[in-house]
Structure formats: C-alpha cells, structure tokens
Design a protein around this ligand. Structure first.
Ligand SMILES: Nc1nc2c(c(=O)[nH]1)N[C@H]1C(S)=C(S)[C@@H](COP(=O)(O)O)O[C@H]1N2
Ligand SMILES: [Mo]
Length: 322
C-alpha cells in the first residue's frame, strides 16, 4: 500500500468540514458546493456527476448504541479518498473507475461449515436484517483515518441465520472477481480475488458490521458496494469490499495482504500504536479532511474499541500475532 498523492482532487480545495447533524439538507448543500468546486476536475477526468451523487436513501435506519461521539469526516472525503485496488492503486482511482461495477442484482454465496449453504440474493438477506447507522473510525495501515456514518447490520445476526456447525472456527470473505468490471484485477498488484478473514469470535462481536451504505444512502461503489465488512478495531484492509462469498471454515483462511507481504500484514491486524508496520510507525494518524496544519492524532489501542474487544486477545502476544 504505497502512499500516493490523490489524483482526483487537491483536498485543500474542498469545502471546509461542516457539522454533520444527519440532516439531508446540510449534506446535499455541502455536496452541491463540492460539485461546483470540482466540476472542472470532473469534466477533465470524464467523470459523470452521478458518480458522486450516491445512490438511494436508505429507509428504516435505527441509531446504534455503538457509535462514537466524533464528528464524521465530510462525505466528499469519504467518497473520493479510497483504497480499492480492483479500481486502481491511487486513492483517487476508485471514484473515477468504480462506476463500472454493476451492483444490482447481487448474490452472496454462503458455504463451508454451515447448516444453510446456498446462493442468496442480497435483497433477501437484507429483508431479514435490522439496519443501523454506526459512526465508526476507519484506520488505514497507511496511518490515516476517517470517521464514517456507516449503515449496516451485525455480521453476528447473519452468521446465526447461516447455522454454523461446531467446526466453524473462522470466516473467510471473498470480493467479486471480474476483470471486465474491475480493471485493476488485470494487474498483479494482489492475488485476486481479494480475500479476508476473521476468527469466529471476532466475527460474532457486536461491533463487526456488514455495511450497505453510508451517510444515509446506499453504498457508493468506490466504498465497496453493495456489501462490505467493517471491523472498527482492525486496520482498514480487513474491511473487505464488494463481498460475493462468505465461507465458514475450520482452519485459518488465507488473506490477500498477508499473502503478498506476510511480514507487513498479519492475520489479526488489530490497530496497535505500539507495534509499528515494518516500514513506518503506527503511533499517530493523519486525519483525512482536516487542514494541513491540524496535528496528527495519537492512535488508540484497538482504535479506541479496547473496552469491547481487548478480552478477545487475552494471553495472546499482540506483537507476535500482529
Ligand atoms: N476488495 C477490496 N477491499 C478493500 C480494499 C481493496 O483494495 N479491495 N482496500 C482495503 C483498505 S486498505 C482500506 S483502508 C479500506 C478503505 O475503505 P474506504 O475506501 O471505504 O475508505 O478498504 C479495504 N477493503
Ligand atoms: Mo488500508
């Protein structure tokens, strides 16, 4: 994960941070301003404005008790500064390229150690879930972070409905493989398709979210539509996007980043300011959307979620199992 300058926008140009009070009027006003300011860039890149005007509003969203009290990062940053290698390795690539992804209809294959394997329509999965808005920090291994009002449901609920067998010890997730829609897969930056995994108790933790949207709307493609994982106490690369398969397994699954560089990206990937990445420190983070003069923020153990998750790793060396 190289640190590249965003190619789409100069972030200083964007509207200053505004209060997010969940009011649609406010969000669209700031977006309108953003559209005006960035229209030249978009014309130059051939990007249709609709790419930035995300999908439909999501109804019946419950507020979550798990949200942080922090101010969310403005929508413009959340949806234009992305990591999604299937659409390019630059932070500005996904917003330009991800319109190629067709997210409806979408099916999810459920297999492995489950009583109810099968290919499920995402629409049918969603009918059975209570959607919540949860404001979580996303902390990238590249030492930046943002706070996002995600919309989603508990992975635990979905796993229970799959009826795990007694052998189910891990969960493996797989992103879509389709180089036609995901041109980044024509390059061997990672071994495709992207895969990730969690230990069963991590997957069942109530903080673990299957996200389908953000800022009250359906997930923009560049953020991993139509279904992605969010594990707020782990580095961003665990939060796999555009999931087409969930497999319950007895053995620890392989994960894409671990396969490409096992010294740098472990299976656990818990946010830990005391364990540096081999090439840089993890003790502080750059706040996406803040001004250039805003100091970096001290990174918290487990990204601030220690109270809820530290017990999962009792007796484990977090230096060895990074
Ligand atoms: N399929 C897939 N999922 C992915 C990635 C990716 O390249 N491909 N990048 C990961 C990384 S490194 C991060 S930091 C987050 C970024 O999520 P965001 O773009 O919504 O902020 O997505 C993660 N999920
Ligand atoms: Mo990341």
């Amino acid at each position: 994960m190289r640190n590249k300058q965003p190619s789409l926008l100069t972030y200083n140009d964007v509207t200053p941070k505004e209060d997010f009070d969940n009011s649609r009027a406010l969000i669209s006003a700031s977006r309108r301003q953003f559209m005006l300011q960035s229209s030249t860039v978009m014309l130059a890149s051939g990007l249709a404005p609709s790419t930035l005007w995300a999908g439909n509003k999501i109804e019946n969203i419950k507020k979550s008790m798990y949200s942080t009290k922090e101010k969310p990062t403005p929508y413009e940053y959340v949806t234009t500064y992305n990591n999604f290698y299937e659409f390019g390795t630059g932070k500005g690539d996904p917003v330009v390229n991800a319109h190629r992804l067709k997210t409806k209809p979408w099916s999810v294959t459920v297999e492995g150690e489950v009583g109810k394997p099968g290919v499920y329509d995402l629409e049918d999965i969603l009918k059975r879930q209570q959607l919540e808005e949860r404001i979580y920090r996303l902390r990238c291994v590249e030492a930046w972070s943002m706070v996002v009002p995600w919309i989603g449901f508990s992975l635990a609920e979905l796993i229970k409905q799959m009826e795990p067998t007694s052998k189910a010890k891990y969960v493996e997730f797989t992103t879509l493989y389709d180089p036609e829609q995901m041109p980044g897969q024509n390059r061997r930056t990672l071994k495709w398709p992207y895969t990730e995994g969690l230990r069963m108790d991590e997957a069942m933790n109530p903080l673990t979210l299957m996200a389908t949207g953000l800022y009250g709307e359906e997930m923009p493609n560049q953020n991993g539509a139509p279904l992605r994982l969010i594990v707020p106490w782990k580095y961003g690369f665990k939060s796999i996007k555009s999931i087409v398969k969930i497999r319950l397994t007895e053995h620890m699954p392989k994960t894409s980043w671990n396969e490409v560089a096992s010294r740098e990206y472990g299976f656990y990937a818990n946010v830990n300011p005391q364990v540096p990445h081999p090439r840089w420190s993890q003790s502080r983070e750059r706040i996406i959307g803040a001004s250039l003069f805003t100091p970096k923020r001290d990174t918290e153990m487990f990204n601030g979620y220690g109270e809820q998750v530290a017990s999962l790793y009792k007796g484990m060396s977090l230096r060895r199992f990074f």
